[in-house]
Design a binder for this molecule. Structure first.
Ligand SMILES: Cc1cc2nc3c(=O)[nH]c(=O)nc-3n(C[C@H](O)[C@H](O)[C@H](O)COP(=O)(O)OP(=O)(O)OC[C@H]3O[C@@H](n4cnc5c(N)ncnc54)[C@H](O)[C@@H]3O)c2cc1C
Length: 378
C-alpha cells in the first residue's frame, strides 16, 4: 500500500470532515472505515437523532460543499429557544433577534448528514477509503488521527485511558409529529432528574416535526422504551405539559448511555485524537459534535500553518492543537455537568435557587447574550 500523509481512523462525521478538510490542503489521506457486516441489525428508520449545529460547524460543512447539498427537509433553522425549569413560571428564552444573528442554531437530520458526507468522500480526489482490519495491513502515514468515537479501540491499544464518569442515565431519542406547529422554536424541560428536549424539524411533516432527546435514569429509560406507542405518547404529553399539543411517534425509539469523559492524553508522536474519541459530554446542550467539528477546524489550521520543515506527526505541532482545544472542551464539560447536577438535586433549597437563577438570567440581557454566544460558537 502506498504511504499516505495522514491516516484518519473512523468514518463518523468528525472523521469524514477531517479527511475532506485535509484533502483540500492537497494531503493524501487514507480514511479507515468500519464496513457493516451484511447481517448487521440496522433500525428500519436509521439514526433517529438530529443534531443542533452552531455557526462554526455549519461554516465547516459549507466550505466542504456538504451543507448546501443537503435536502431542504433535512435542515431546520432555530429562531427561538425556550427552557423551562421545574417550578411554575421559571424559564429562560433565547431568540435570534436578541442574539443579533439570523438563527440560533440549525437542526440537521443525522442520517442524511452522514450520507451526504459519505458521497462527498466518494468524490474527493485525495481520499482513499480503506476497510478496517484489512489483511494487507494498516495504511502507513506520518500522522494517524483517531476519530473512532468514545469506544475507540486504537486509543486503548495505544494505552491511552478514557477518564469517564457514567451518569447512569440514557438519552431516549426518536422523531415526533406534533399537533401544533413548531414555529422554529426548540424547547427544553429540566424536570429533576430528567432533561427533555424537542428540536424542530421539517420531516416527516414540514413545520410540525421534532427530534426528541429525553435523558432519564437508566431504569426509567428502560421503562419508557418498554411502553407501547400510545402509552409513550401519553407520557410525553404529560412531561411537556401539552405545550406542543399531542405528540405522535414517527420513528423507532433508540437509547444512548450518557457520560462525561476525556482521554488522559489527546496526542503523542504520530497520533492525535479528535471528537468523541477525545471527549464526551452530556447532550443536554447539544454540543458534542460541535466540539468535534471545532477539533477538525483547529487541527487542520495547525497543520496548514506548520513550518515547512516540521513533520505532520511532530509532537510539538500536535500539542498546538491540544492547547487550543483543551480549555473550551473542558469548560463545556463542566457547564453541562454543572447544569445536570443543579437540575437533578432533589433538595428544595437548590430547587428554589435554580429556578430563581433561570428567571434572573432571563431578565439580564447582556448575560443572556453572552451565554447564547458561547452556545452559538461565535
Ligand atoms: C442522543 C444524543 C443526541 C446528541 N445531540 C447532539 C447535538 O444536538 N449536537 C451536537 O453537537 N452533538 C450531539 N450529540 C453528540 C454527537 O452525537 C457526538 O459528539 C458525535 O456523533 C461524535 O462524532 P464522532 O465522529 O467523533 O464519533 P462517532 O459518531 O462515534 O463515529 C465514530 C466512527 O468511528 C468508527 N470506528 C469505531 N472504531 C473503529 C475502528 N477501530 N476502526 C475504524 N473505524 C472505527 C465507527 O464505526 C464510527 O463510524 C448527541 C449525542 C447523543 C447520544
Amino acid at each position: 500500500m502506498k504511504p499516505f500523509d495522514v491516516c484518519v481512523r473512523g468514518a463518523g462525521i468528525v472523521g469524514r470532515c477531517l479527511a475532506l478538510t485535509l484533502a483540500r490542503q492537497g494531503l493524501q489521506v487514507a480514511l479507515v472505515a468500519e464496513i457493516p457486516a451484511a447481517d448487521a441489525q440496522v433500525s428500519s428508520t436509521g439514526d433517529v437523532r438530529a443534531y443542533a449545529l452552531n455557526a462554526l460547524s455549519v461554516g465547516l460543512l459549507r466550505r466542504l460543499k456538504v451543507w448546501d447539498a443537503l435536502p431542504a427537509h433535512a435542515v431546520t433553522a432555530v429562531h427561538d429557544m425556550h427552557i423551562e425549569g421545574d417550578a411554575a413560571g421559571a424559564g429562560l428564552d433565547f431568540s435570534a433577534w436578541e442574539q443579533r444573528v439570523a438563527e440560533l442554531a440549525w437542526i440537521v437530520d443525522a442520517a442524511v448528514l452522514e450520507r451526504q458526507l459519505a458521497d462527498a468522500v466518494r468524490f474527493a480526489p485525495h481520499v482513499s477509503v480503506v476497510a478496517a482490519g484489512q489483511a494487507a495491513g494498516e495504511p502507513a502515514a506520518a500522522l494517524t488521527a483517531l476519530c473512532e468515537g468514545k469506544a475507540s479501540a486504537t486509543r486503548s491499544a495505544l494505552g491511552v485511558r478514557l477518564e469517564r464518569h457514567d451518569y447512569g442515565h440514557r438519552a431516549v431519542a426518536t422523531r415526533l409529529v406534533a399537533e401544533q406547529p413548531h414555529l422554529n422554536r426548540a424547547r427544553q424541560w429540566f424536570r429533576s432528574p430528567d432533561v427533555l428536549a424537542l428540536l424542530p424539524l421539517d420531516a416527516p411533516e414540514p413545520g410540525r416535526s421534532y427530534a426528541l432527546v429525553w435523558s432519564l435514569p437508566d431504569e426509567r429509560a428502560d421503562a419508557m422504551l418498554a411502553l407501547d406507542g400510545a402509552a409513550f405518547e401519553q407520557a410525553l404529553f404529560e412531561a411537556t405539559g401539552g405545550a406542543c399539543g399531542a405528540l405522535r411517534l414517527a420513528a423507532d425509539r433508540a437509547a444512548w448511555p450518557l457520560m462525561l469523559a476525556s482521554a488522559e492524553a489527546w496526542s503523542g508522536a504520530g497520533w492525535v485524537l479528535l471528537g468523541d474519541a477525545a471527549h464526551v459530554v452530556h447532550p443536554l446542550a447539544g454540543q458534542g459534535l460541535n466540539l468535534g467539528l471545532a477539533d477538525v477546524v483547529a487541527l487542520s489550521r495547525v497543520i496548514e500553518q506548520r513550518e515547512p520543515w516540521r513533520a505532520l506527526g511532530d509532537e510539538k505541532l500536535l500539542r498546538r492543537y491540544v492547547r487550543e482545544r483543551s480549555a473550551p472542551t473542558w469548560a463545556m464539560g463542566r457547564l453541562t455537568d454543572g447544569l445536570l447536577h443543579l437540575f437533578s438535586s432533589p433538595q428544595p433549597a437548590v430547587q428554589e435557587l435554580r429556578n430563581r437563577g433561570l428567571t434572573l438570567v432571563n431578565r439580564l440581557a447582556p448575560l443572556k447574550r453572552w451565554l447564547g454566544s458561547r452556545a452559538l460558537g461565535s
